[in-house]
Design a protein around this ligand. Structure first.
Ligand SMILES: Nc1ncnc2c1ncn2[C@@H]1O[C@H](COP(=O)(O)OP(=O)(O)OP(=O)(O)O)[C@@H](O)[C@H]1O
Ligand SMILES: [Mg+2]
Length: 339
């Protein structure tokens, strides 16, 4: 990586540019045709439109719906059907024996949180292949956990990190501090994180799609935070349906890519007071409604305790029991809570 700059805005274009150049070099060296180039009748203009919308690969097209493709200007029904048929034929999306799921499960990897208690709650750590949501109030430590996971992704998985930052809370200094405490060269970590600073919801979706298509060897994608732009831009009831539709599209893209690329998906989320739970249980619930609740595979509620103490409650996972543990956010990052 080029010399590390102090301002995140200066790092982003440089990194993205380098990744793009790498990709261009790679494809020209290999002189292999991309999926779209092999489809007769798809010219450069259509190809560019599809690529710009995040549908440059057979994987993305195979998992798209026809209406997602026809939503892109200039893509007719017939073209969309042809592309999906071809992509699915080449991507082997047909019926499978249950034993193939065993194979897929074996390829899943767990990314450690740096707290044993936290990892135990998650059956070993944050799993690749799906989205885990971290929800909780301001200052509970969602962004801190994300910093630790980014470092651990480089250290233990030796893979790249995509960080979609919607609130300007990615901290170069915090990466350096936690990396040092985690005994890994901060320069090595920073070189493998691609940050996209998203200024509105549309930008957030576009950056996510671009990054997941362009960055090679992704082990972790973080969207911090998922809902902040959507909440401020789509305020009234009248726009709720549109907002939920866009969030659904955004999350299902991340979820599909997490599965295809076998990477960990992390979204952080805010909470709002539950109107009906004044005295019992957690008074807060994650925002974003059922769309978020259904699309994430794992849901964790984080709560702030005294000093460094935090709790994490697992409220949703298809194969783990619900549970609650204590952990700590320290200057060194995520750690076990010492009583
Ligand atoms: N260098 C540090 N050393 C120790 N603790 C720190 C350090 N930096 C941050 N923290 C802890 O993390 C907290 C901030 O957590 P974080 O930013 O992850 O919250 P969040 O859940 O992302 O909140 P928000 O919803 O506002 O984004 C601080 O209040 C502090 O307790
Ligand atoms: Mg935060």
């Amino acid at each position: 990586m080029a010399k590390v700059q102090t301002k995140e805005e200066e790092i982003i274009p440089e990194q993205v540019k380098m990744e793009k150049e790498k990709k261009i070099k790679k494809s020209s060296k290999a002189s292999e045709k991309t999926f779209l180039e092999t489809i007769a009748g798809i010219g450069p203009t259509t190809r560019k439109r599809l690529e710009d919308a995040g549908y440059g690969s057979k994987e993305a097209i195979a998992l798209a719906t026809r209406s997602q493709l026809t939503d892109i200007s200039g893509i007719a029904e017939k073209t969309a059907s042809l592309l999906i048929r071809e992509a699915r034929a080449r991507f082997d999306l047909g019926l499978k024996k249950a034993t193939t799921y065993e194979e897929a499960a074996k390829t899943r990897v767990k990314l450690t949180s740096s707290s044993k208690a936290f990892d135990d709650l998650l059956g070993g750590g944050f799993e690749t292949g799906s989205i885990t949501e971290l929800a909780g109030e301001n200052g509970c430590g969602k962004t801190q956990i994300a910093h630790q996971l980014a470092i651990n992704c480089v250290k233990y998985l030796d893979l790249d990190v995509i960080w979609i930052d919607t609130e300007g809370t990615f901290r170069f200094n915090r990466i350096v501090q936690i990396a040092k405490a985690s005994e890994i060269d901060p320069e090595k970590v920073l070189a493998r994180i691609t940050v996209g600073r998203a200024y509105n919801s549309e930008h957030q979706m576009a950056l996510t799609e671009e990054a997941l298509t362009m960055v090679p060897n992704v082990g972790l994608i973080i969207v911090d935070s998922l809902m902040s732009h959507f909440r401020s831009e789509f305020a009234g009831r009248a726009t709720l349906a549109e907002r939920q539709q866009l969030i659904g599209k955004h999350l299902s893209f991340i979820s599909k890519q997490a599965e295809i690329l076998n990477c960990v998906g992390i979204v952080t989320n805010q909470v709002a007071a539950k109107p009906d739970a004044m005295f019992f249980g957690d008074p807060n619930k994650p925002v974003g409604g059922n769309v978020v609740g259904h699309t994430v595979t794992t849901r964790l509620m984080i709560r702030k305790g005294k000093a460094t103490k935090r709790t994490a409650t697992l409220t949703k996972n298809p194969e783990l029991p619900d549970g609650k543990i204590e952990f700590a956010i320290t200057s060194e990052g995520v750690r076990d809570h010492i009583k």
